[in-house]
Design a protein around this ligand. Structure first.
Ligand SMILES: [Zn+2]
Ligand SMILES: [Zn+2]
Length: 173
């Protein structure tokens, strides 16, 4: 599958869904009667060691087999989709879907994107997921580059792209 770097995250999801429909459509018929759409695809940015992902998948398998009741935890936060309760070893890319960020704007080049596909509408997704997460895009207070601002200063008035930039700007804040 190929996609231009100038495309956005929603384009990427649609492309993935189309690609799965075209190649695996006949296997999907068993679990659903509609083709996949972007809503059936969730994107994760994987960081760390491959083994962590293998472990996480093993945890999901165990939880599914154990059929535990986790309703307590999901009731606390309406935005929390508990699913298997297993955290993805990385971060969600979903907050980018509704932004105008293109694939080249972020630092995706050196990272692995994991695609989670919901093949059965009744079962939902597997990894624990927090809906409505916000990302901040703007000028970093220290390096002044337009980036994703991952950290907020304690004063709550400014944001930085990284903890390093926050640190370098400390004497002003
Ligand atoms: Zn910065
Ligand atoms: Zn500050």
């Amino acid at each position: 599958m190929q996609i231009s770097k100038r495309k956005g995250y929603l384009d990427l999801k649609r492309r993935i869904a189309d690609c799965i429909n075209a190649n695996y459509g006949k296997y999907l018929v068993a679990t659903r009667d509609q083709p996949l759409t972007d809503a059936d695809v969730r994107l994760w940015k994987f960081s760390g060691e491959k083994l962590h992902l293998v472990d996480a998948c093993e945890d999901i398998r165990k939880k599914a087999a154990g059929d535990q009741d986790m309703s307590d935890e999901s009731q606390k936060d309406p935005d929390l989709e508990l699913n298997s309760g297993v955290e993805f070893p990385g971060e969600t890319l979903e907050p980018f879907i509704s932004t105008s960020q293109t694939l080249e704007d972020d630092t995706l080049e050196s990272s692995v994107v994991v695609v989670e596909v919901r093949d059965n509408l009744n079962q939902g997704f597997a990894f624990k997921y927090l809906k409505n997460q916000r990302i901040y895009i703007g000028k970093c207070e220290f390096c002044t580059q337009k980036k994703i601002l991952k950290v907020e200063c304690a004063c709550k008035r400014v944001r930085y792209c990284t903890p390093e930039c926050l640190d370098k700007d400390k004497r002003w804040h």
